[in-house]
Design a binder for this molecule. Structure first.
Ligand code: 6PG
Length: 235
C-alpha cells in the first residue's frame, strides 16, 4: 500500500528533501553507500536545492544515477542532467562517490541503453520518480513498449519534445529498495487519485508501477482522494 506524506506547498521542498536525506543516510548506515537514482522534470528542482543544504548527507558515499534522460546535450535546457547539476551537484560541499550521466543523445540509443544498464546496481537504494499529468513516470509513457521490457534501460519515445529518451524500466523500479514519487500541484490531483485508487493497469497508468511507494505530495496534489480510499483500494 502507498505511504503518503502530504505537506503544504510552502513546506514541500524541505519536507521531501528531509525524507530523501534520511533514506540516503539509512542506506549508507546499512551497507556503506547509497545508490541514488534521480528523476528529471521540474518538480524535483526545489527539492534537490533543499537537499543540497542538508549537511547530514555523506555525499562521498552516494552514487548518483538518473531514471531517464532526454536525447539532448548535457548543457541543453531540457537536460535532466543539467537540472540535477544546477539544483544539486554544483551545490554539494564534496564530490559524490559517482555521477553517472545517461547518454541519451548518442546516435546508437540501443548501445547507450545497454551501457547504462550495465552500470546499474542489482537494487537501487533510493529511487526518485515524478509523475506526469498523463500518469507517466520516468520516461515510461502510457502504452510504451518499454513498459513490457525485460532489459533494465530502454530507448523510449515521449509524446512531447524532446521525443527521444532513455528510461529505466519496470524491473528497475520493482527491484529498488526505497521509492519516492514527487508530485505537486492541483493539475496532477486527478491523476494522483487515479494512480492510487484505480485498478492496477500500468499500461494505462505507468506511475502505478510505484503505487506502493512513498508518495511525497503537496496538499494541492492530494485533494482528490482520502487516505482511507487508498487503504480501501481493491485490485
Ligand atoms: C522527465 C521526468 C519525468 C517527470 C514527469 C513530471 O524526464 O520529464 O523524468 O518523468 O518526472 O514528467 O515532470 P514535472 O516534474 O516537470 O511535472
Amino acid at each position: 500500500m502507498a505511504q503518503l506524506k502530504v505537506v503544504s506547498p510552502e513546506q514541500y521542498p524541505a519536507s521531501a528533501a528531509q525524507w530523501l536525506a534520511e533514506e540516503i543516510q539509512s542506506a549508507i548506515a546499512a551497507h556503506g553507500s547509497c545508490a541514488l537514482c534521480l528523476a528529471g522534470g521540474n518538480t524535483p528542482r526545489a527539492v534537490y536545492e533543499a537537499l543540497s543544504r542538508i549537511d547530514t548527507v555523506d555525499w562521498a558515499r552516494v552514487d548518483i544515477l538518473f531514471g531517464d534522460e532526454r536525447a539532448v546535450s548535457p548543457d541543453d535546457a531540457e537536460s535532466n542532467y543539467r537540472m540535477v547539476g544546477e539544483s544539486l551537484l554544483l551545490r554539494l560541499p564534496v564530490a559524490p562517490l559517482g555521477v553517472h550521466r545517461m547518454e541519451a543523445e548518442r546516435a546508437d540509443a540501443e548501445r547507450a541503453a545497454a551501457d547504462y544498464a550495465a552500470l546499474l546496481p542489482a537494487a537501487i537504494d533510493v529511487l526518485v520518480l515524478g509523475m506526469g499529468t498523463d500518469g507517466h513516470t520516468a520516461s515510461l509513457f502510457p502504452g510504451s513498449p518499454a513498459l513490457r521490457a525485460t532489459r533494465l534501460v530502454e530507448p523510449a519515445t515521449a509524446p512531447v519534445a524532446p521525443h527521444r529518451r532513455l528510461t529505466i524500466t519496470p524491473p528497475v523500479i520493482a527491484a529498488s529498495r526505497r521509492v519516492a514519487v514527487l508530485v505537486t500541484g492541483a493539475g496532477k490531483a486527478a491523476m494522483v487519485r487515479s494512480v492510487l485508487i484505480d485498478p492496477y493497469d500500468p499500461e494505462r497508468l505507468p506511475a502505478q508501477l510505484a503505487r506502493d511507494a512513498t508518495w511525497l505530495l503537496d496538499t494541492s496534489a492530494a485533494v482528490e482522494f482520502t487516505a482511507q480510499q487508498v487503504v480501501d483500494r481493491r485490485g
